[in-house]
Design a protein around this ligand. Structure first.
Ligand code: NAP
Length: 327
C-alpha cells in the first residue's frame, strides 16, 4: 500500500484554490481537513470543496491526530506564529511565501521544526517546477557562459481595496508579496548572496510599498535588478545575461505545463520547450518526497532566511536612501 500524507488547510484563503487540485491528483497526498476562525465558515468551505473534515479553529486543526501536514496560507504576519505552533503539534508544514517577516522569526521557526523533527518549507512553488530546475542546470553547466546580470519584474494591478496586501500590520507590501519572487530567483541562479543593495519605493496611503525598485551587487560580482508593484499592469519575466548567451524567461514564477526558455545568442533566438507539471504539483509532491523518503529540501530554510534578510535590507535602503551592506 502506498503511504500517503493527510493535509489540513489552515484557513480558507484564496490561494487554497491553487493547491487543492494538486493535492487531489497526488497519490501520496490527501486533503483531509480545513480550519477557519468560525465553524460556519469552515463547514461552508468544506462543503464547497468536498473536504471531509471542518475545524472551527486553527488550534483544533493542529490537535487533529489524523493530520500530517499543515498548509499555512495566512496573511504574512501570521506565518511564523502558526508554523511554530504546527511544529510543536508535531505537524509538517508547507508555509506560504514569504516564510516570515524577520530573520529572528525564521530562526525560531527553524528551531521549532528541528526540535520536533518535522519538515518545514516555504511555498515558493516555482522553485520545484521542472523549468526552473532546467534553467539552473543550464546556467550551472556554463551554457550561457559567465552570468553578468539578472533582471526581473513582478507587478500586477491589485484591485481589491480590502486585500490583506494593503495592510502594513498584516505584512502587506509589494516587495513582501511579489518582489520576493524575482529576488529569490536572482539569488538562486546567481548562486551567491547580495553583498550590498540599494532601493527606491513608492509608499501609498495605506503605508505599504505600492511599487519597489531594487539593485543588488552579489558577492561573486554579479549584479541584479528587479521591480515589483501593485499599481502597474501585469508583468512577470526575467532575463539572465551571460557572456555567451542570455535567457529570457516569460512567466518566470507561474510556468504553464508546456512552457519555454528563450535563449538568445547574438541575433538568434532559440525557444526551448519544457513539458512540466501543473505548477503546484511538484511542490506538494516534494513535501511527500521529503517527509516520506527523506529527500533533501529543494528550498532549504537557510535559503528562505537569506531571502528575508535581503528583503529587510532592501526596505532599509528604500527608507534611508543609503546603500545597505549585507556582508
Ligand atoms: N504561492 C502562491 O502562488 C501564492 C499566491 C497568492 C498568495 N500567496 C500567499 O498566500 C498567503 C495568503 O494570500 P491570499 O491572497 O490567499 O490571502 P486571503 O485570501 O486574504 O486569505 C487569508 C486567510 O487567512 C485567514 N486569516 C486569519 N487571520 C486573518 C486576518 N486578520 N485577516 C485576514 N485573513 C485572516 C483567513 O481565513 P479564515 O477566515 O478561514 O480563518 C483568510 O481566508 C499570503 O502569504 C500570500 O503571500 C501565495
Amino acid at each position: 500500500m502506498i503511504k500517503s500524507l493527510n493535509w489540513g488547510l489552515l484557513g480558507t484563503a484564496r490561494i487554497n484554490r491553487s493547491i487543492i487540485p494538486p493535492l487531489r491528483l497526488s497519490v501520496r497526498n490527501n486533503l483531509l481537513a480545513v480550519a477557519s476562525r468560525t465553524q460556519e465558515k469552515a463547514d461552508a468551505y468544506a462543503k464547497e470543496w468536498s473536504i471531509p473534515k471542518a475545524h472551527s479553529s486553527y488550534e483544533a486543526l493542529l490537535s487533529d491526530p489524523d493530520i500530517d501536514v499543515i498548509y499555512i496560507p495566512l496573511p504574512n504576519q501570521f506565518h511564523a506564529e502558526w508554523a511554530i505552533k504546527a511544529a510543536e503539534a508535531g505537524k509538517h508544514v508547507l508555509c506560504e511565501k514569504p516564510l516570515a517577516l524577520s530573520v529572528g522569526d525564521v530562526d525560531a521557526m527553524t528551531a521549532a521544526a528541528e526540535k520536533a523533527g518535522t519538515f518545514l518549507v516555504e511555498a515558493f512553488m516555482y522553485r520545484f517546477h521542472q523549468r526552473t530546475l532546467k534553467i539552473k542546470d543550464m546556467i550551472d553547466s556554463g551554457e550561457i557562459g559567465d552570468v553578468h546580470h539578472v533582471k526581473g519584474a513582478f507587478t500586477f494591478p491589485l484591485n481589491r481595496p480590502k486585500d490583506v496586501r494593503w495592510d502594513p500590520d498584516l505584512g502587506g507590501g509589494s516587495l513582501w508579496d511579489v518582489g520576493c519572487y524575482p529576488l529569490s530567483f536572482s539569488r538562486y541562479v546567481i548562486g551567491s548572496e547580495p553583498k550590498e543593495v540599494f532601493a527606491y519605493q513608492h509608499v501609498g496611503d495605506s503605508g505599504i510599498d505600492e511599487s519597489f525598485s531594487a539593485q543588488m551587487l552579489f558577492a561573486n560580482g554579479v549584479t541584479a535588478q528587479f521591480d515589483s508593484g501593485f499599481r502597474s499592469q501585469f508583468r512577470m519575466h526575467t532575463e539572465v545575461t551571460g557572456s555567451k548567451a542570455s535567457l529570457f524567461i516569460p512567466m518566470t514564477f507561474k510556468p504553464e505545463q508546456r512552457c519555454f526558455i528563450h535563449i538568445q545568442r547574438g541575433n538568434n533566438t532559440e525557444y526551448v520547450a519544457v513539458d512540466g507539471s501543473h505548477l503546484y504539483v511538484d511542490e506538494v509532491e516534494h513535501v511527500a518526497d521529503a517527509v516520506l523518503d527523506g529527500v533533501p529540501s529543494l528550498l532549504p530554510l537557510s535559503d528562505s532566511r537569506n531571502n528575508i534578510k535581503t528583503i529587510l535590507a532592501l526596505y532599509e535602503s528604500a527608507r534611508t536612501h543609503n546603500v545597505v551592506k549585507l556582508m
